[in-house]
Design a protein around this ligand. Structure first.
Ligand code: 6PG
Length: 267
């Protein structure tokens, strides 16, 4: 297994969410002290949203300069503005409404009532990513010859479904097979609602660090397969690899099928 993959197991869902929040605050502080700003990609799902709630609860979050955090989304459900299904709405309620973010740095995927259709929503997000990447590229002396399609992501959070889907990339479906695009329009999602917008696996894997967060016994088989190196088309989570680091942050139940020798425990 790639040496930069780390698996850490926590005693419960609550400890997992609180610890992930503490790690996230620390990482944002470290990145901001190095580069002035930090870029975080958010996920929907139970642990991802609970983590954001824990960030807001922690007094340490006051040390982060939230006005210099760029927020993106790994995926969102293509439903109307204000729908409780929107990952953006859940993230806003959990964290973004409670910290002094710069609204211009919060990059949300279009809701179904704000664009003509799903393809347009995906294309719009791809353009927004490309525009941010271009700006970064113009301001950075050490950048490559050509502007990349997406900006630098310091931490990308991913929840995972019992079928091992990540973001809205589901096993055997078109999204997980998509290459050469930064964003994909997802139809017929097996997890409702059926229409979604998602970053592609290539975009996800451009992140410096990927943190996969999963809790509960129904995730154990997917975690086992994800770590056993199964094909990403069948087991999307197994394809997630950050440039510098990939962390699997689990609770005991989700880690039930991980070989003991691979685990690090947080008591
Ligand atoms: C979504 C998510 C999705 C989610 C997983 C895990 O929009 O549905 O981004 O990828 O993270 O399905 O969700 P749970 O933790 O709620 O099972």
């Amino acid at each position: 297994m790639n040496r930069n993959v780390r698996i850490t197991v926590h005693p419960s869902f609550d400890v997992l969410a609180a610890t992930t929040a503490a790690r996230l605050i620390t990482r944002l502080l470290d990145v901001q002290s190095e580069r002035g700003e930090a870029t975080l990609v958010l996920t929907g799902g139970s642990v991802g949203i609970a983590t954001l709630r824990e960030v807001a609860k922690s007094p340490a979050h006051l040390a982060v300069d939230w006005s210099k955090v760029n927020f993106w989304f790994g995926d969102d459900r293509f439903v109307a503005t204000g729908s409780p299904d929107r990952n953006y709405g859940q993230a806003a309620e959990a964290l973004l409404e409670h910290v002094p973010v710069d609204p211009a740095r919060v990059h949300i995927m279009a809701a179904s009532d704000t664009v003509a259709g799903l393809d347009e929503a995906a294309a719009q997000y791809a353009q927004e990513l490309a525009a941010a990447a271009l700006l970064e590229w113009e301001n950075d002396d050490a950048s490559p010859a050509q502007a990349p399609a997406v900006p630098r992501f310091d931490v990308l959070l991913l929840g995972m479904g019992p079928d091992a889907h990540i973001a809205s990339l589901f096993p055997e479906m078109a999204g997980i097979r998509t290459t050469g695009a930064s964003v994909v329009a997802v139809r017929n999602s097996p997890k409702p609602p059926p229409e979604r917008v998602s970053l592609t696996l290539e975009t996800i894997n451009s992140a410096q660090e990927i943190w996969i967060v999963a809790a509960g016994a129904d995730k154990a088989a997917a975690v086992g397969l994800g770590l056993a190196g199964a094909s990403p088309v069948q087991v999307p989570a197994s394809g997630a690899r950050g440039i510098n680091k990939t962390m699997w942050l689990l609770d005991e139940a989700a880690a039930a099928k991980v070989p003991e020798a691979l685990m690090r425990r947080e008591h």
